[in-house]
Ligand binder design. Structure first.
Ligand SMILES: Nc1ncnc2c1ncn2[C@@H]1O[C@H](COP(=O)(O)OP(=O)(O)OP(=O)(O)O)[C@@H](O)[C@H]1O
Ligand SMILES: [Mg+2]
Length: 225
């Protein structure tokens, strides 16, 4: 469960990115985060990753107050969250296997287990047999599949995606969205997006942000600003 309770984020120069935003997301829910540029979507994701702290209000993740000054679980928190970005952020000098395996290596998972985990997530994203391929040899859509595989490896419970289809053509965007859809009900998924077609046709829960406020929370809805 993720809870935002009157979360306000002001940047140093006085910009208010989030203004008393409150919501609750039960486990394994699928959420689209929409709203015009500057509305606060990325700020919500960054606060969840603890890339920055709240100015006021609180954020609970599985009953832990990650916004509290005494919260020391940053490493564990980040291990439980997979992240997908608009520009993929795939390491160019590492092959597909290495890109996906890296987070598991860091925490000391045995090589044999990593190998089977990578196989499993590559199958999930439809990239079997691409383990040895280097990023330059992949299309943008394939790179984003690798990024999703990297985000879901190790059984992470929360997946955050910031405009994951922002650099993709409509057909490829749909293919990527279908992968997220396959994860539905198994993980909590929050996708910030400007893709109105996808949001309207998938009919998931939608948070509409407007100038730092949560303007609407559609239980099963479309893109509406
Ligand atoms: N590092 C920063 N310093 C100061 N202000 C910032 C910073 N990052 C974001 N902001 C401001 O906070 C507000 C919310 O930004 P945010 O990036 O969350 O918007 P967004 O909804 O993700 O927009 P987009 O759709 O363009 O990605 C904007 O007014 C932005 O200018
Ligand atoms: Mg953004």
């Amino acid at each position: 469960m993720i809870v935002f309770d009157k979360v306000t984020k002001k940047y140093p120069l006085g910009n208010t990115a989030l203004d008393e935003v409150s919501f609750e997301i039960p486990d394994n829910e699928f959420i689209f985060l929409v709203g015009p540029s500057g509305a606060g979507k990325t700020s919500i994701l960054k606060l969840l990753l603890m890339e920055m702290r709240v100015t006021s209000g609180s954020i609970l993740v599985d009953d832990k107050d990650i916004s509290a000054a005494h919260f020391h679980g940053l490493t564990d928190l980040r291990r439980g969250i997979g992240v997908v970005f608009q520009d993929f952020k795939i390491l160019p000098d590492k092959n597909v296997f290495e890109n996906i395996a890296i987070s598991q290596k860091v925490i000391g998972i045995p090589n044999r287990d990593i190998r089977s985990q990578v196989k499993e997530v590559l199958k999930m994203v439809g990239l079997e047999n691409k383990e040895k391929v280097f990023p330059v040899q992949l299309s943008a859509g394939e790179l984003q599949r690798v990024a999703i595989a990297r985000a879901i490896i190790g059984d992470r419970k929360i997946i955050l995606a910031d405009e994951p289809t922002g650099n993709l053509d409509p057909k490829t965007s749909w293919e990527i969205m279908k992968i997220f859809k396959k994860l539905e009900g198994k993980k909590t998924i929050i996708i910030a997006t400007h893709n109105t077609d996808i949001v309207n046709s998938m009919q998931k829960r939608v948070f509409v942000m407007k100038q730092g406020k949560l303007a609407k929370d559609h239980k099963k809805g479309g893109y509406e600003i």
